[in-house]
Design a protein around this ligand. Structure first.
Ligand SMILES: NC(=O)c1ccc[n+]([C@@H]2O[C@H](COP(=O)([O-])OP(=O)(O)OC[C@H]3O[C@@H](n4cnc5c(N)ncnc54)[C@H](O)[C@@H]3O)[C@@H](O)[C@H]2O)c1
Length: 253
């Protein structure tokens, strides 16, 4: 069988690509053959990742973006097209969480989480979707969370934002199917990254999470990157509107 996972000749854009899951996803995309534009708030970490991807023999460049600001996103899409000529794959990975009981969540907390995770994802889809619709080809992968499907303590705004991402993914999949643009989401369980390192220092919390995962381990960035490669490559050509759970079975019971 031909290599259905090859991304040779494709151009990918990864938001929040300077560390954590974004870095792992960007690295996997490059390893499978794609040139990779990395976007995020601060350039130095993105430049480091871009240097490592160029060492793999791919084109890679860092771009500044604040995904909470639409004009910043629109500028990013233009800059990436100017530099790379097209965008075949968009991975909306930039995201954040503020862990607080519902009774303590402030308006500012709510707006930061929703503006980054949901509004940012939508307007990145819109700006890059325009490019993909014009190309009559595109693959969008939104990084949601298992918390798009289930609730969890101290994550009211986060769960709302990721549930919104899963719904948004379905609507865009339906609207852009006629343009050969697929839109899917990946919904990871707890993955060991900078975002979660601090909370897993608490052994009791770590065990409570492991007790919920039938496969008995936390996720690794490669677990998420592999799902992204599937959805971004020819292997996933008939898949659109899906939210692929990478959760070790958390949501199965
Ligand atoms: N780590 C996990 O356990 C886990 C589980 C499920 C889903 N996720 C999701 O995966 C994604 C990546 O998570 P991570 O663990 O790598 O987190 P992380 O904090 O290590 O990385 C998030 C990245 O997003 C960037 N970012 C945040 N706000 C931004 C903005 N306004 N504009 C541009 N970039 C911005 C950050 O600079 C950072 O590079 C997030 O969407 C997160 O919600 C993570």
């Amino acid at each position: 069988m031909e290599n259905l996972f090859s991304l040779n000749g494709k151009v990918a854009l990864v938001t929040g690509g300077g560390r954590g899951l974004g870095e792992a996803i960007a690295t996997a995309l490059a390893e499978y053959g794609a040139d990779v534009a990395l976007a995020g708030r601060t350039l130095p970490d993105l430049e480091d990742v871009a240097t490592r991807l160029r060492a793999l023999g791919r084109r890679s460049q860092a771009f500044q973006v604040d995904v909470t600001r639409v004009e910043s996103i629109e500028r990013l899409a233009k800059e990436v097209v100017a530099a790379f000529g097209r965008i075949d794959i968009l991975v909306n990975n930039a995201g954040l969480n503020i862990i607080k009981c519902a009774l303590d969540v402030t308006e500012e907390d709510w707006d930061r989480i929703l503006d980054t995770n949901l509004k940012g994802t939508f307007f990145c889809c819109q700006a890059v979707g325009r490019v993909m619709v014009a190309q009559n080809h595109g693959r969008i992968v939104n990084i949601a969370s298992q918390m798009a499907k289930v609730g969890w303590y101290k994550r009211s705004a986060y769960c709302a934002s990721k549930g919104g991402v899963a719904q948004l993914t379905k609507v865009l999949a339906v609207e852009w199917a006629q343009n050969n643009v697929t839109v899917n989401a990946v919904a990871p369980t707890f993955i060991e990254t900078q975002m979660t390192a601090k909370m897993f220092e608490d052994e009791q919390f770590r065990q409570s999470v492991l007790d919920r995962i039938p496969l008995g381990r936390l996720g690794k960035p490669k677990d998420v990157a592999a799902a992204v490669i599937y959805l971004a490559s020819e292997a996933g050509d008939l898949v659109t509107g899906s939210t692929l759970l990478v959760d070790g079975g958390w949501t199965a019971w």
